[in-house]
Design a protein around this ligand. Structure first.
Ligand SMILES: C[S@@+](CC[C@H](N)C(=O)[O-])C[C@H]1O[C@@H](n2cnc3c(N)ncnc32)[C@H](O)[C@@H]1O
Length: 221
């Protein structure tokens, strides 16, 4: 079978130059975020943001749920791909980071599509199930604390309609998942989720070797 090519820096630079369409608003938000503590590690790669926008359009999603807003780069990518009557509910434990992104959402004209929820995401997701009902979201993007990923995934399965897409970030976790000598709680949580997903008959599955690993799980009807 054909093999994965090496993603050496020159090739990655080529891919960025030839395919990235990041506009001025997104670039400014990324640059402001990069100056924040942890900004470069936390925010999705620009290419991943573009993929998220693509996936929202591709699936025709009207209701999107994001777990882990940070400064709202991925939020903005997905919100701008929604139809006018679409909504994106985005959860974070703190208001500190989303308020950095809010002016950029406003500049892009998508603030009215973005519904922010502040608090422990596990609690918020339980509340959303009460508020919206089960099977009410078309796409979920999980990108928050890694030790809760399994919990967020189960909530996502409850909250999404059949055929919906669940996107999970950082599933290669800096490559640590493949090194059995690494056993910190974050790596173990992602490694366990990856193994559970492989055998989970509730979803179709693809793990993209892009950015820090992006898993696509489609909820089977
Ligand atoms: C990796 S960042 C999200 C990055 C964002 N998707 C982006 O592209 O800019 C993870 C976010 O999850 C939030 N977070 C961490 N633990 C959380 C929890 N228990 N509940 C809700 N949010 C949490 C953090 O405050 C942080 O903003």
């Amino acid at each position: 079978m054909a093999d994965q090519i090496d993603a050496h820096p020159r090739l990655l630079e080529y891919v960025r130059n030839i395919s990235l369409r990041e506009d001025g608003i997104l670039r400014e938000l990324r640059e402001e975020t990069m100056a924040l503590p942890g900004g470069t590690v936390m925010q999705v790669m620009a290419e991943e943001g573009q993929l998220l926008e693509f996936l929202v359009r591709l699936t025709g999603a009207r209701r999107v749920l994001e777990v882990g807003t940070f400064t709202g780069y991925s939020t903005l990518c997905m919100a701008r791909a929604l139809p006018d009557d679409g909504i994106l509910v985005t959860c974070d434990i703190t208001q500190r980071w989303p308020e950095v992104g809010a002016p950029y959402w406003a500049r892009a004209g998508v603030s009215d599509r973005i519904d922010q929820r502040i608090g422990e995401a596990a609690k918020t997701l339980g509340e959303l199930a009460e508020e919206f009902g089960p099977e009410s979201f078309d796409l979920v993007f999980i990108d928050a604390d890694k030790t809760n990923y399994g919990n967020y995934y189960e909530h996502a399965l409850t909250l999404t309609r059949p055929g919906a897409l669940i996107v999970i970030d950082n599933t290669l976790f800096f490559g640590r998942v493949a090194d059995e000598s690494v056993d910190d709680p974050d790596t173990v949580a992602i490694r366990d989720l990856n193994a559970a997903l492989r055998d989970d008959a509730r979803v179709d599955l693809s793990l993209l070797v892009m950015a820090d690993g992006i898993t696509l799980a489609r909820k089977r009807p």
